[in-house]
Design a protein around this ligand. Structure first.
Ligand SMILES: Cc1cc2nc3c(=O)[nH]c(=O)nc-3n(C[C@H](O)[C@H](O)[C@H](O)COP(=O)(O)O)c2cc1C
Length: 169
């Protein structure tokens, strides 16, 4: 609960590198995430190369801070490996990749690292930069590095607005 309460989206990073052992720990948090039918239909691309990070920032509609972080993670979903009928109608790859990244962001925060979910990006451009095949979808990116800011907490709806007991209507 402490990590959940105190995590923030970080949009300013120090250049300090993320040690291998710490990176492995946060990637492992993603690995341990649950997934539909335990299919684990996702991959993460770890990008350290400076030029590639800048290109990813440009592909993320010019969100420059992304390239500031020591590394950038690109989370991909594998529709062909996913459970196909969540609720009888949808593939689980977006859900599964999302849970994995959420695990990672919390583990990163617990290690003193910052992240920021990035969903504003051009999939075709990210695909081209990283050589991601057509049958793989780009779900989200995040910078990963040491925070150079301590943002205030942002507001959340009250539980009463979010939770319904017994019947929706
Ligand atoms: C799916 C998703 C997409 C997001 N995309 C972006 C983004 O492209 N750029 C950005 O700066 N923040 C992005 N965010 C961060 C949200 O703005 C942020 O989580 C929200 O304002 C709450 O703030 P907090 O994370 O500090 O609690 C995204 C968050 C989520 C969950």
């Amino acid at each position: 609960m402490d990590a959940i309460r105190t995590r923030r989206s970080i949009r300013k990073y120090k250049p300090a590198p993320v040690p291998e052992s710490v990176l492995k720990e946060v990637l492992n948090a993603a690995r341990l995430a649950p997934s539909a039918d335990n299919a684990q239909p996702w991959k993460m691309v770890v990008v350290r190369d400076e030029e590639t990070k800048v290109r990813l920032a440009v592909a993320s509609n010019g969100q420059k801070f992304i390239a500031q972080a020591s590394l950038v993670l690109v989370v991909c979903g594998l529709p062909d490996e996913a459970f196909q009928t969540v609720g009888g109608y949808m593939s689980s790859h977006v859900i599964d990749a999302t849970i994995a990244l959420d695990h990672l962001t919390l583990a990163a925060h617990a290690q003193g690292l910052g992240t920021c979910w990035i969903a504003s990006f051009k999939e075709d451009k990210v695909r081209e930069i990283l050589g991601i095949p057509e049958d793989v979808r780009v779900i989200a990116l995040t910078p990963l590095g040491y925070p150079d800011e301590t943002p205030e907490k942002s507001p959340r709806k009250n539980l009463e607005e979010l939770v319904i007991f017994e019947r929706y209507q």
